[in-house]
Design a protein around this ligand. Structure first.
Ligand code: MG
Length: 380
């Protein structure tokens, strides 16, 4: 492996773990973080959580688990090319969606509405709660006790109110500073992954058609090239060839533009990264194209009437569950009825943690167990 750049995060310049531990043997601190994330319960539940399509709609659609793996793959490629810490970029990417609610954005919005009087619900902050507190796997601490830089990367966005409560980790949101380049890479690798796989899944679902996408320059360029070079190629393969070329364009552009930005930034070390504006970026042209694709997906896929029907159902499930648990905490599993959730805000947070941790199918089942009159006596 090439030597890391002087502005990469390393074990030597890391701010370390909250609770100090003996150094890992045969792997780096960031590899240990990655391994802890992979062994967590929240990571396994990603398999049954989705962003656009509900988990059981088809076996080939992305789940949050395969999405996270795609993000990690893209982030690692970019980090390696820029001589940054590949293990850290991977760990952040694998953990970035751990706090996601069931039913993707619809679920998240619904839980945020429910939690309005109690400080709201932010999924990035929830991912941090998962790795800092909610995972119960180790004898010596709650959570996974990850390195500062991994936690910093997981907390992509944060409101000023919440940032003020987070100490060192919240500071950058209050003082307009940047996270590590590895965190910036993971953030944009997420965008590259979902924009491209949503095109693929959207086409597979039949909710969008290939011809519609000819209005989107980023897709159209590659689609024309593929069709011209392979006139008889079956459509599914045309889609795959197009999407892989789109990913390649975005990744290559990101690497080139970021190299230019890093060079111009004259970085001597990690503190220079934190004091500079975001340096991992697309070129202006590709940024514009990527934005146009996002807009297309928003209008034609995320707001497709069939997706909206799914979303409204998801929001009702989340709202119903939150309401019923807040009205009568005796319905909660015993571990959530403990002494430290006696005040209303504490109970609301515990209910939000419980709901956020649910998979799509668990939430559907839980709703059925509580609300379906035909399910009498109560089934488990
Ligand atoms: Mg994501």
């Amino acid at each position: 492996m090439a030597e890391l750049a002087p502005y990469a995060v390393t074990e030597a310049n890391s701010r370390g773990r909250k609770i100090s531990e003996t150094a890992p043997k045969g792997r780096s601190e960031f590899q240990r973080d990655r391994d802890r994330i992979i062994h967590s319960g929240a990571f396994r539940r990603l398999e049954y959580k989705t962003q656009v399509f509900v988990n059981h709609e088809g076996d080939l659609f992305r789940t949050r688990l395969t999405h996270s793996i795609e993000v990690a793959q893209i982030a690692r490629s970019i980090a390696r090319r820029l001589r940054l810490n590949e293990d850290l970029a991977e760990a952040i990417s694998l953990a970035h969606d751990l706090g996601h609610t069931p039913f993707g954005h619809a679920g998240q919005d619904a839980l945020n509405v429910c939690m309005k009087a109690y400080g709201g619900f932010e999924h990035n902050l929830q991912s941090l709660r998962v790795v800092d507190m909610l995972e119960e796997r180790y004898a010596d601490f709650d959570g996974l006790n990850l390195c500062f830089e991994t936690r910093e990367g997981i907390l992509k966005h944060c409101s000023a109110d919440n940032a003020a409560l987070l100490g060192e980790l919240g500071e950058r949101f209050l003082h307009d500073r940047s996270p590590s380049l590895e965190a910036q890479i993971s953030n944009l690798a997420d965008e590259i992954a979902y924009n491209n796989h949503d095109v693929d899944d959207g086409l597979r679902s039949g909710l969008i058609a290939l011809e519609q996408l000819t209005a989107v320059p980023l897709v159209a360029t590659h689609l024309h090239t593929v069709r011209r070079a392979y006139p008889n190629l079956p459509e599914r393969r045309v889609v795959h060839e197009t999407v892989r070329r789109m990913i390649d364009t975005l990744v290559s552009d990101l690497i080139q533009q970021s190299e230019r930005n890093i060079c111009a930034g004259n970085l001597a070390g990690i503190e220079d990264v934190r004091n500079a504006p975001a340096l991992i970026a697309f070129s202006a042209e590709i940024n514009e194209q990527q934005r146009a694709l996002k807009k297309f997906l928003r209008t034609n896929l995320y707001r497709h009437y069939l997706v909206m029907r799914m979303s409204t159902k998801a929001q009702r499930i989340i709202g119903d569950l939150f309401g019923v648990f807040m009205a009568d905490s005796r319905l909660l599993p015993p571990q959530l009825q403990s002494a430290n959730v006696q005040t209303e805000p504490d109970r609301a947070r515990a209910v939000a943690d419980y709901i956020a941790g649910m998979t799509d199918r668990y939430a559907i089942r839980e709703h059925r167990r509580i609300f379906a009159v035909e399910e009498m006596p109560v089934s488990f």
